[in-house]
Design a protein around this ligand. Structure first.
Ligand code: MYA
Length: 463
């Protein structure tokens, strides 16, 4: 059983896989490895929407990696589908703070909750700005569904009841040439409008808008099992403020332990311990870019970032907005040897009289030159990453985070257990749209336990 519960997860019922196996085999494994959870997807035929889309079907054998269908912009519909009568399409204008606030509100009340409805993701307006305005972002890819503004008679936009976003990115899949994708996120339908097939309409509309720009592939994650995950990762949680996590029902008190013992178990030093660790600045970008680009070659699926993108994703263009925290470690010649960052999202605590939210730090990207040395040994990489992430935990504590979350991807399997991360009960599935790929290892074995398999595995982190 999991010893901690994930906070407002994207994870849920899912599974794991091993490189080089068929999707069918993977699904059998998913079914066989349930830990009391329903891990078997419904039959392909019952995916009324997804069976019509260019995604790998359950049971389909991937013969070679690449696009599923090829289209031209001329073939893409010039107009959106018709929505049910009371609703209309909108491009949510995120250059206007009031419209970002509308997304914030929609998500605040309606976005992902854990199974017991105890926690719900609370993406702040600052966070949404960061998440949606990376270099090259396209305003048209922020698709909204609104109630028609019949009463306001055109004075303003009607209530936002559905949303989906896309941002441009590039990825590399194994040895194939890197390609452009849209990263799709923040799909949300108002609770009162669930099960009315609005989600497929939002997905079709964002697909249409993305396709109109000549982009044909997408990457997205979800807790639920859809046809077909390319990778499945597990959530891990490291308590920082154990008494609060216990109070809100996130962390249990293990049998035989006491609150005092738990506090002692998760105690951290007050200051980071590695020499020459400092906040990353704009000046570090060229070195970080070089180190990171080399390090990312270790993974089967990795992002491809330009220097401008790093400036945005790691430094939020210099804004101190409390959404992303980036650090570098240098040697005596001031050369960057390692970097890491984490981002922060609050989760609303539903129905607790003492706390209305918890602060959650999420591991984002990192690299260490120890892994790049010729004949680098696994033990050396493990030692270094453990030390680096110990400091990441200390810094998260300094910023008042209550818990630090990480997935089983990247090289995290090397240090999670040593740093007292516990397995959560959520899994996160990665999906590729209009691209078939062999399964990618998500850092867990057939029994959902951590399994290190680098080089290889999933190297992309989505917000
Ligand atoms: S993952 C986060 C998803 N959001 C939430 O979980 C928030 C809380 N839940 C909701 O708001 C609603 O329950 C949602 C479904 C909106 C999720 N991804 O309208 P419906 C399929 C994809 O009657 P509702 C994220 O943001 C479902 O299997 N499909 O259902 C990444 C069924 O299809 P089928 C999903 O509950 C999003 C259909 O929708 C998901 O009212 C990536 C039912 O529709 C899901 N998470 O609304 C989107 N959940 O009949 C894909 C359910 O086939 C992007 N469904 O079983 C694809 C790439 C597009 C761009 C391509 C460019 C090239």
């Amino acid at each position: 059983m999991s010893d901690e519960k994930e906070v407002a997860k994207k994870g849920g019922e899912a599974g794991q896989q091993t490189t080089g196996m068929s999707v069918e085999h993977l699904l059998k494994m998913l079914a066989a490895s349930s830990q009391g959870q329903e891990r078997t997807p419904k039959p392909m035929e019952e995916y009324k929407f997804w069976k019509t889309q260019p995604v790998t079907k359950f049971g389909a054998e991937v013969d070679q990696e690449g696009p599923i269908e090829n289209k031209t912009i001329e073939e893409v519909a010039k107009e959106p589908m018709k929505l049910p009568e009371k609703f209309e399409w909108d491009t949510v204008d995120i250059s206007k703070p009031e419209e970002v606030n509308e997304i914030y509100e929609l998500l605040y009340y309606n976005y992902i909750e854990d199974d017991d409805a105890t926690f719900r993701f609370k993406y702040s307006p600052e966070f949404l700005n960061w998440a949606l305005t990376c270099p090259g972002w396209n305003p048209e890819w922020n698709v909204g569904v609104r109630v028609k503004d019949e009463e306001g008679k055109g004075k303003g936009k009607g209530k936002l009841v559905g949303f989906i976003s896309g941002i441009p990115a590039k990825i590399r899949v194994r040895d194939k040439e890197e390609f452009k994708i849209a990263e799709i996120n923040f799909l949300c339908v108002h609770k009162k409008l669930r099960s009315k097939r609005l989600a497929p309409m939002l997905i079709r509309e964002v697909t249409r808008r993305v396709n109109l720009t000549g982009v044909w592939q997408a990457l997205y994650t979800a807790g639920n099992v859809l046809p077909s995950p390319v990778s499945t990762c597990r959530y891990y949680h490291r308590s920082i403020n154990w008494p609060k996590l216990y109070d809100v029902g996130f962390s249990p008190l293990p049998v035989g332990s006491t609150p005092a013992k738990q506090v002692a178990r998760f105690a951290l030093p007050n200051e980071p311990t590695l020499p020459n660790l400092r906040e990353m600045t704009e000046k570090d970008i060229p070195q970080v870019h070089k180190l990171f680009s080399e390090y990312l070659q270790r993974f089967d699926i990795s992002p491809v970032f330009s220097e401008d993108e790093l400036q945005h994703w790691f430094l939020h263009n210099g804004k101190k907005s409390g959404v992303v925290y980036s650090y570098v470690i240098t040697n005596s010649d001031d050369q960057v040897t390692d970097f890491f960052n984490f981002y922060g999202i609050e989760s609303s605590v539903l129905g607790n009289k003492n706390h209305d939210s918890i602060k959650v730090a999420y591991s984002f990207y990192y690299a260490t030159d120890v892994a790049l040395k010729k004949d680098a040994k696994k033990q050396d990489v493990k030692k270094r990453l453990t030390a680096v992430f110990q400091d990441a935990l200390i810094l998260a504590k300094k910023y008042d985070y209550d818990v630090f979350n990480a997935l089983s991807l990247q090289e995290n399997a090397l240090f999670l257990e040593d740093l007292k991360f516990g397995p959560g009960d959520g899994f996160l599935n990665y999906y590729l749209f209009n691209y078939k790929a062999f399964p990618v290892h998500g850092g867990i074995d057939a029994k959902d336990n951590l399994e290190y398999k680098a080089p290889g595995g999933m190297g992309v982190v989505l917000l």
